[in-house]
Write a protein that binds this ligand. Structure first.
Ligand SMILES: *Cc1c(COP(=O)(O)O)cnc(C)c1O
Length: 377
């Protein structure tokens, strides 16, 4: 059993039998016609389903009161520690509808373990893998009709944990809430995958040694918003961060990991304590290794990227994460640096790895890695 070995010593309910979820159906659920209008053009993160999951935690009682209930505003005391000290973590994963109508998620156990690692770093309680996966199953079953079926669409799931204790002192909160909300997501690219331009910021860092860079926590995003604006102002869609001490090593984008492809087929990706370990990147690299490609996880300097592209040794670069899956990087620009060209097309390996991964996620290819978990049955 994986349930108890990650539980904190601090009174977590040993959930060998798992939490029981109480269901309160929404009395204001959208009807079929209203839902179909939304699902015909869902965009991303704009519309939410009729239900949400809540599980409460306290130091004394551990995890308790698990429920699926109507989607709606949270009630928080104005002194709740999350609002002042950002004691918060989150996850992001998708539910995919297969051609036979069944609904699946991709490696939800990996998201569960990452949420546990993030929880440790943010001094939050750990939720067991079983309870995490069950929470995903519960919301998807309550809102099954919200899982779209058009190509490359999905139901995006956003589990998150916040410190709710009403207390302005600075210490780990003794009351916490975990929620899951769900949002139908349209195809990330309509009309074909288009490569992006990336802005290299040299004024800002995302995370530092010993900081929270490896945790999926809102504070990392808060600090990335200003450099992200700098990227927009320079005609770029995303920002690339370098390491904070030497401004020399590639870290990652604001919310996606980066992979370089060499002429000999080797894939190179930054290894660092201050980047978020993406499940998409891990999966893509495993697919590449299974095809016989060499994979190097090591420090990568910005000079290696620039000289490699200039000399023809680096032939493809891409970013990856759950929302967009895999996005080719056409160019990188910053103060005194310009790599690649905005007209570059997605590389062959980039595009074929993207296709292999999405084929597995949408059930168009056998799941030989055992990555898929059925949610609707
Ligand atoms: C979530 C996230 C990623 C991508 O992780 P996936 O598991 O692939 O979705 C990469 N970088 C950051 C900073 C993230 O928050």
């Amino acid at each position: 059993m994986t349930t108890t070995d990650n539980a904190p010593a601090s009174g977590d309910t040993p959930s060998e039998f798992g939490l029981q979820f109480e269901l309160t159906p929404s009395s204001t659920a959208r009807d079929d016609a209203e839902r179909e209008v939304i699902l015909s053009d869902p965009g991303f993160g704009k519309h939410f389903t009729d239900h949400m999951v809540t599980i409460d935690w306290s130091l004394d009682a551990g995890w308790h009161d698990a429920s699926v209930h109507p989607y709606g505003p949270l009630q928080l005391d104005p002194s709740a520690s999350v609002l002042h000290y950002a004691q918060e973590i989150f996850e992001g994963l998708k539910a995919y509808r297969h051609a036979d109508g069944s609904v699946w998620s991709f490696r939800p156990d990996a998201n569960a373990r990452r949420l546990q690692r993030s929880a440790r770093r943010l001094a939050l309680p750990e939720l067991s893998t079983d309870d995490f996966v069950e929470s995903i199953r519960q919301i998807v079953r309550a809102d099954l009709d919200w899982v779209p079926s058009a190509p490359e669409t999905s139901l995006y799931l956003r589990p998150f944990m916040i410190a709710t204790e009403a207390f302005l002192g600075v210490r780990a909160a003794q009351e916490v809430a975990y929620h899951v909300i769900a949002s139908p997501a349209g195809a990330y690219f309509t009309g074909g995958v288009s490569p992006v331009s990336i802005w290299l910021t040299t004024n800002y860092a995302r995370a530092g040694k010993g900081g929270t860079g490896a945790a999926k926590t809102g504070g990392n995003y808060a600090s990335s918003l200003l450099p992200q604006q700098e990227a927009y102002e320079n005609g770029c869609q995303q920002v690339l961060f370098l390491d904070s001490s030497e401004s020399n090593y590639i870290e990652e984008l604001g919310g996606m990991n980066v992979v370089l492809v060499k002429k000999d087929g080797t894939l190179v990706t930054p290894d660092s304590d201050s980047i978020l370990e993406g499940i998409t990147r891990d999966s893509i690299l495993e697919l590449a290794e299974a095809r016989g490609h060499r994979v190097e996880r090591r420090r990568v300097t910005i000079d290696e990227w620039r000289d490699g592209v200039a000399g023809g040794d680096i032939v493809e670069v891409f970013a990856c994460g759950t929302a967009a899956v895999v996005v080719p990087i056409a160019e990188l620009k910053g103060e005194g640096i310009h790599i690649g060209s905005p007209a570059a097309e997605g590389g062959e390996l980039t595009m074929s790895l993207r296709a292999e991964l999405t084929d597995i996620q949408y059930g168009r290819r056998p799941d030989v890695h055992g990555w898929m978990t059925r949610l609707d049955a």
